[in-house]
Design a protein around this ligand. Structure first.
Ligand SMILES: Nc1ncnc2c1ncn2[C@@H]1O[C@H](COP(=O)(O)OS(=O)(=O)O)[C@@H](OP(=O)(O)O)[C@H]1O
Ligand SMILES: Nc1ncnc2c1ncn2[C@@H]1O[C@H](COP(=O)(O)OP(=O)(O)O)[C@@H](O)[C@H]1O
Length: 217
């Protein structure tokens, strides 16, 4: 590995101390799936159910994070130079998505290390990107990364189309749209394979994830 002048600084408070203060284990619950599959809704329902159990949690969601940490160039240009915006702003090309997931993976790992049950809801279409997050999170402790594949058929996602993006993608107004003009690599062995598009409510889907996480009051 290339030599750098960056030296890791150990904390005085250990992860175990942080988790015992909260009485819980910090983990990353990584929801992945097509746009419109239900990731954000189910993650927010799970967040509510965990909170009601007295658990300390946080939710990171694609649309929201792309307003801040992973903002697009046009948003960054409102505050920063055009050169900065072009360099650090993120769109939906393969490399931009790679950087999007890399940044979020690092933040999620930090949150889990602080003892939080960290729920992330990102399309995260590339297996390689998701596996890299798993590697970062599980470098500290095996089993701390729980991949939840929200497996809702494309037809259902397109029927829902709450933001009209599928319609725009079909009309060629949005390039690289996942599932239409960009790939989605389904997880081959997710910890939780959640069927979507049946008649279950988001609360029922979240309850299935909660049961499989084995987290009770
Ligand atoms: N080209 C393209 N492809 C996919 N999705 C797009 C695109 N353009 C905008 N959007 C909206 O951005 C949300 C996905 O952002 P993510 O950060 O989750 O994507 S990724 O993980 O970097 O692939 C996603 O939000 P969700 O619908 O909540 O998944 C879309 O609404
Ligand atoms: N179990 C469900 N049953 C019916 N509609 C759902 C369900 N889960 C989510 N939805 C709806 O589907 C749309 C997309 O949900 P969302 O959580 O935004 O998906 P994603 O975050 O994957 O893009 C929203 O209108 C949401 O209300």
């Amino acid at each position: 590995m290339a030599k750098t002048n960056i030296v890791w600084h150990d904390h005085s408070v250990s992860r175990q101390q942080r988790e015992s203060l909260l009485g819980q284990r910090g983990i990353v619950v990584w929801f992945t799936g097509l746009s419109g599959c239900g990731k954000s809704t189910i993650a927010n329902e799970l967040d509510k159910q965990l909170h009601e159990l007295g658990r300390a949690t946080m939710v990171l969601d694609g649309d929201n994070i792309r307003h801040g940490l992973c903002a697009p160039p046009e948003r960054l240009a409102q505050e920063h130079s055009r050169e900065f915006a072009a360099r650090f702003g993120l769109g939906f090309g393969e490399t931009d998505r790679e950087e999007n997931i890399r940044r979020i993976g690092s933040v999620a790992a930090l949150m889990a290390a602080s003892g939080l049950i960290t729920l992330t809801a990102f399309v995260s279409p590339y297996r390689r990107d998701r596996d890299r997050v798993r590697k970062i999170v599980e470098a500290q402790r095996a089993g701390d990364f729980v991949e939840v594949f929200v497996d809702t058929p494309l037809e259902i996602c397109e029927l829902r189309d709450p933001k009209g993006l599928y319609k725009k993608a079909r009309a060629g107004e949005i390039k690289n749209f996942t599932g239409i003009s960009d790939p989605y690599e389904a997880p081959e062995n997710p910890e939780i394979h959640l069927r979507g598009g049946d008649d279950r409510t988001p609360a029922e889907q979240a309850a299935e994830v909660l049961a499989k996480l084995g987290i009770d009051s």
